[in-house]
Write a protein that binds this ligand. Structure first.
Ligand SMILES: [Ca+2]
Ligand SMILES: [Ca+2]
Length: 173
């Protein structure tokens, strides 16, 4: 007599932001999903890890290859902090109702987490990143993922301000 609650759909929106605390570059990401509309919805669980999931329903495979499960309550957004930069994370969400029934997973989304200034997403900021910022500025860099990480002050253009920022981060300033 277990009531089955609906599968929720997850829009693949992950906002990656970067916080710099002292010398430590801590990766963060914000995950958003669509609300489940059942009247007895009680909340959501977020599952994540650095390997893709191994199943589609926590009822049958429990953690299903993920390493962490967070009961986030009745919200549709969750911000992760202290993710490891340079690592790819995989995320899924499930819903649960007031009787404790858990849904199958949402679709899985993944994201490579990069620190601010870490243009090649290697896990550290250094000479390679400074060179990449210069290349973006000169227009010789064609990889969109590199270009998209280069506008550090989010003013819509890459210029010496951004290059200076990459240099400062590499120096720990
Ligand atoms: Ca780097
Ligand atoms: Ca800029």
């Amino acid at each position: 007599m277990s009531k089955k609650i609906k599968t929720i759909s997850l829009t693949a929106t992950i906002i990656l932001s970067c916080i710099i605390s002292g010398q430590v570059l801590a990766g963060s990401a914000t995950l958003n999903w669509n609300a489940n509309t059942e009247s007895d919805l009680a909340g959501y669980n977020v599952y994540y890890g650095t390997s893709p999931r191994t199943g589609t329903n926590p009822k049958t495979c429990t953690m299903c290859g993920y390493t962490t499960k967070v009961n986030v309550g009745k919200v549709t957004t969750y911000t992760f902090s202290n993710l490891t930069n340079g690592a790819t994370y995989y995320f899924s969400v499930s819903a649960y109702d007031t009787s404790g029934n858990e849904s199958a997973f949402s679709g899985e989304v993944s994201k490579l987490v990069c620190a601010s200034g870490d243009l090649d997403c290697s896990g550290s900021v250094g000479a390679v990143d400074i060179q990449l910022a210069i290349n973006v500025f000169l227009g010789t860099e064609t990889r969109q993922e590199i270009i998209s990480r280069c506008d550090l002050n989010s003013d819509g253009k890459t210029n010496v301000v951004d290059i200076q920022r990459v240099i400062n981060i590499s120096l720990g300033k």
